[in-house]
Design a protein around this ligand. Structure first.
Ligand SMILES: Cc1ncc(COP(=O)(O)O)c(C=O)c1O
Length: 437
């Protein structure tokens, strides 16, 4: 459920019309709903409450400071993958002890900064990284907690670019090798391993993240079963494993009602995990932010080319790259429509309304890949009309660039009847601000 709906033919985000925001802030613009963010966050917390799970919002999804602050105030921890994301999470008021740090290429500087900040957990992705964190923490005279990221070799049945838990991906270590890695780490440390305050890395947990936009429960069940068997084996050999981080990946509705509620994942996973003596962490991103945001854009021109009609808008692939990068579907609809074009639901049901015609919705950038939709049934639109590109709250602005010297769009957070600009529109001067002539 999200707080975007049509009232009297006009798109509203909570109590604020899209047109009001466009008039006051311009286009393109990202618009987020605070109530939706909190609703989705709350759904996960509630579903996994029997495990008292720590929900760490994946900052990469949408790292806007204000969004992170809203979630921190609601009790979220943070999942980060770079020094910059640690900086963001802390600047947003995040509790360092509730930050988990993943990524296959953590630099020495990032590792040292994370230790300095008191980051709660390193999700360790390889043996050389394990040794490196141990060395840096040792040199700094600080203990650090680690979880080994394992690759359980399950297929989450999602886009190849966001599949991360199969054997051939670069993430984590093959689950079959995990035991040997724990043994080697313990051998290296000898009897120092047991000292709780020993400066260095304390490997006490297992981490997984099998992919993103996952819309079935089974891959999680399979991955969790394999991981629990590993944990039993490790404990059997005397390793004190006290935590399991299951990653993120819960899918959302882009095109239809394709996603599952958080409770569906919890119903399968809670019985497997309860009473195991494991602190459980989750790292959802898209589930929280994806359908909490839209991008509003204005039609510049409508033109024909061959047998196609092009609706050229003022947003482009630099603002939202998902259609180009993943062939991703985003529901698109005018922000103001006559009664017969009010979509029965914000997504594909709208495609069956009478009177629609197929168009390509494209941006102004000099690349054929600069499109938001192809052959998409839309109500008639003309120059000046505004369109909403839905489900843009996750991996939208976060992946935006200034390609073609286009200033990045502003971000607006709606809260009830009001809104605030939580990132201003970039200016032409911003484009050259870091360059030296
Ligand atoms: C380690 C890790 N955790 C969490 C996430 C968040 O995934 P999602 O947005 O699908 O929940 C990602 C995304 O790539 C990730 O790499």
């Amino acid at each position: 459920m999200d707080h975007f709906e049509y009232r009297d033919g006009q798109l509203y985000c909570e109590g604020v019309s899209a047109d009001r925001i466009v008039q006051e802030v311009g286009t393109p613009v990202y618009v987020y709903s605070k109530a939706t963010l909190l609703h989705h966050f709350g759904q996960i917390v509630e579903a996994f409450a029997p495990l008292d799970a720590t929900v760490c919002y994946a900052v990469k999804t949408n790292g806007n400071l204000h969004i992170c602050r809203v979630l921190a105030e609601a009790g979220a921890g943070f999942d980060v993958v770079s020094g910059g994301e640690i900086h963001r999470a802390l600047a947003a008021g995040g509790d360092p002890a509730r930050i988990v740090f993943a990524g296959v290429g953590k630099s020495d500087r990032e590792i040292a900064e994370a230790i300095e900040a008191g980051v709660g957990l390193f999700n360790v992705e390889s043996e050389p990284e394990l040794e490196n964190i141990d060395r840096i923490a040792g040199r700094m005279g600080r203990p650090a907690r680690g979880a080994l990221r394992v690759n359980p070799d399950v297929d989450p049945r999602t886009h190849t670019y966001i599949t991360t838990g199969k054997k051939e991906t670069k993430f984590g270590v093959d689950i079959e090798r995990a035991m040997a890695i724990f043994r080697a780490h313990a051998r290296r440390l000898g009897n120092r391993a047991a000292a709780p305050d020993r400066p260095g890395l304390h490997l006490r947990g297992i981490h997984l993240h099998i992919g993103s936009q996952i819309t079935t429960v089974q891959p999680y069940v399979d991955a969790t079963a394999k991981t629990l068997a590993l944990i039993d084996g490790l404990r059997g050999e005397g390793f004190a494993i006290d935590s399991l981080d299951l990653g993120g990946g819960f899918g959302i509705n882009y095109q239809a009602e394709e996603a599952l509620p958080a409770s569906a994942f919890a119903e399968a996973l809670v019985p497997m995990l309860r009473g195991r003596g494991l602190r459980i962490t989750l790292e959802p991103g898209r589930f929280i932010a994806g359908n909490a945001g839209v991008m509003l854009t204005q039609v510049q021109y409508v033109k024909s080319g061959g047998d196609r009609r092009f609706v050229i808008v003022d947003a482009a692939m630099n603002d939202l790259i998902r259609p180009m990068l993943y062939g991703a579907f985003h529901f698109i609809w005018p922000t103001r429509v006559k009664a017969s074009f009010v979509p029965p639901a914000v997504r594909t049901e709208a495609a069956n309304l009478p009177g629609l015609s197929a168009v390509d919705v494209v941006g102004p950038i000099c690349e054929s890949g600069d499109f938001f939709a192809k052959d998409r049934p839309l109500p008639p639109v003309a120059r000046g009309d505004r369109l909403a590109i839905f489900s843009a709250g996750a991996y939208g602005f976060a992946m935006a660039s200034q390609y073609n010297a286009r200033p990045r769009p502003p971000e607006v957070l709606v809260d009830g009847e009001g809104y605030r600009i939580i990132r201003r529109r970039e200016s032409y001067d911003d484009l050259i601000a870091h360059e030296r002539d």
